[in-house]
Design a protein around this ligand. Sequence first.
Ligand SMILES: Cc1cc2nc3c(=O)[nH]c(=O)nc-3n(C[C@H](O)[C@H](O)[C@H](O)COP(=O)(O)O)c2cc1C
Length: 164
Amino acid sequence: MADRTEIDVEDFRRALSCFATGVTVVTTLDARGDKVGITVSSFNSVSLEPPLILWSVGVDSMSYDVFVNAKYFAVHVLALHQQDLSDRFAQSGNNKFESLDCSQGIHGVPILPDFAACLECSTEHVYPGGDHKIIVGRVHHCEGRETDPLIIHRSRFLRKESPS
Ligand SMILES: Cc1cc2nc3c(=O)[nH]c(=O)nc-3n(C[C@H](O)[C@H](O)[C@H](O)COP(=O)(O)O)c2cc1C
């Protein structure tokens, strides 16, 4: 079998979209101290001891350089009612934090006012991953709340709450 098989990009996208994931917003500060954030579904757990997580940032993202060089960042797992934040942070450019009353986390990293879970991290490794860089973070502080998560499946947000 050949080492490299040509895969149609749309087939690849469609196959990947069958994997349901949560949606997160990853935040940090840039070199000037301005808040930076991006919607991310590539988040996953890596290790319990030490506590490690990962996510990947695409080269096309305007905040690519900021995140690849960031020493600290925070991952916010979005709750079911936070689709507006997913949409807001998936748009390139400035003003993503307008009217959001953020607090300061590890080394000043912006913490969103609401979330299903928040993990404050330092960057442990940055690995090449094709048109993305894979960022592995060590978790220094985390909080998870009893709220339904925002879930995306086949490019659609699932709207169902869990039965109580
Ligand atoms: C549901 C969803 C998941 C996403 N996941 C990622 C991801 O894991 N990594 C990534 O680099 N971009 C991801 N994106 C795209 C970025 O959020 C988008 O490119 C954003 O515009 C980047 O902002 P920036 O250009 O200001 O850095 C995702 C977008 C959506 C809507």
